[in-house]
Write a protein that binds this ligand. Sequence first.
Ligand code: SIN
Length: 534
Amino acid sequence: MQDNEYLIPWDKNSIDVKYTEVLILGSGIAGLFTAINLSEKYEVTILTKKNIMESNTEHAQGGIAVALNLEDSPESHYGDTIKAGGGLCNIDAVKILAEKGPNCVRKLIELGTQFDRHDDMLDFTTEGAHSRKRVLRAKGDATGGEIERALVEKVRNSSVQVKENYFVIDFIKNNDNEVIGALVLDNNCKMEAWLSKTVIIATGGLGQLYKHTTNPAVTTGDGIVAAYRAGAELMDMEFIQFHPTALLIPGVPSFLISEAARGEGAKLLNSQGKRFMESIPGQELAARDVVARAIWEQMKTGTVYLDFSYINSQKVQERFPKIYKTCLQYGIDISTTPVPVGPAAHYIMGGVKVDNSGQTSLVNLYACGECACNGVHGANRLASNSLLDGLVFAEMITEKIKQETRPLPRWGDAKSFTNHVKSNKRYKTDVERIRAELREIMWDRVGIIRNTEGLSDAYARIERLKEVYVPRVKIPELELGNMLTLGSIIVKSAFERQESRGGHYRSDYPEPLEDWRKHSVYKKGEKNVSYVAI
Ligand code: SIN
């Protein structure tokens, strides 16, 4: 596998070309909110990998953090976010998040999102590391689903064109190195080129790189790695957040057990039925990395459980209907029986490096939501800040793009790519095997606890997997190519950061070090990761 500008060869003369003023890739909260905002002024097209609802947003349970409660303030939300971020937050981005959050959430409500209320007033709850009750939820534990429903309904009733089952392969550039569109596979697996004045990546995260993840199948990091291949800088790729509590039953898919459960009083028990978080500051609501590592430690001697019986049983069913029903499918009534849980890859704090207006290091290419990194989450995201991030920075992109005037690009300007080494037609990549091995390596060696030996081994093994990978124009192969590239980048970034901070924990460098209080930046063609001061 080579580190080319494009994942597969393509020829400018044999491809269908489409035009749109604004091209948005992805249909989670960031993509949909950007589309709605920009559709007032532009012809907008969303291309999304599966059906429009399928995204991390749709799966989000706990909620959206926002300083709208009368006892709360943007200053307090700002303070908690900075504290959770382990000294690595971009303070201007956090200010924007906390201050613009309330208005953006009001807009979300105007667009039809129905958050849960008590006596007609918005009902706030808490989660780990929040000093105030500031998390809004919907339908108990289906917050993301309700937000997605409202935004999709709005998009469906707008001028925004939506194309489902479209897979982004790469970005198309002109000879001045400006992005002018995207190369995609359409819903019949035919290659198409979409040209636009502006391209916005909102393709979400990469949880599928890990054996255990709370993320849906679509999260293979395609947008992040396509930006990397095009030459965009990536930032802080070593910082992965592991959610402490996903359902852990052998043979059963990972399923998020919301932090809101611990926010409402559920407790963690070890295999002897004893609490083990009591002596740790913050207890069950300590920062996610702290709780995840404590669970990991306990799992060495047996199963860890989350016990909902500390919450009134009637309330458990009303407050967590989705978790209740899902666990019941597997024979566990959470109102009476502790649920087996373990950590799972949940969120990447890093991503395509952007400024506070979502501009990447490439002209005409923007990014927002989980695939983007402006440093707002630092080394560790505060619970329920991700939906707000998607919303607020979608708004920031909108403001920036509305000030720009650019002509539609011309097809003649596109640089194509035909000089690729011919692939060996007789050789077929064993996608399932390589994918499973990669996910295993990432989980074992690049997971909750990392060290030099494990990371070196992971790097060598991923390089060997790349040697037997042959790209083909098929989605599983393309996804695997992306995952292999991202795996190496994460390993490299984790290897070079010789300290522990937030979501990146090294057993051989267990403390945060002042000299390392800087963002990592990595770009195609560079041998080493570089660093920028915060
Ligand atoms: C959860 O419900 O625990 C997830 C919330 C988040 O990751 O922000």
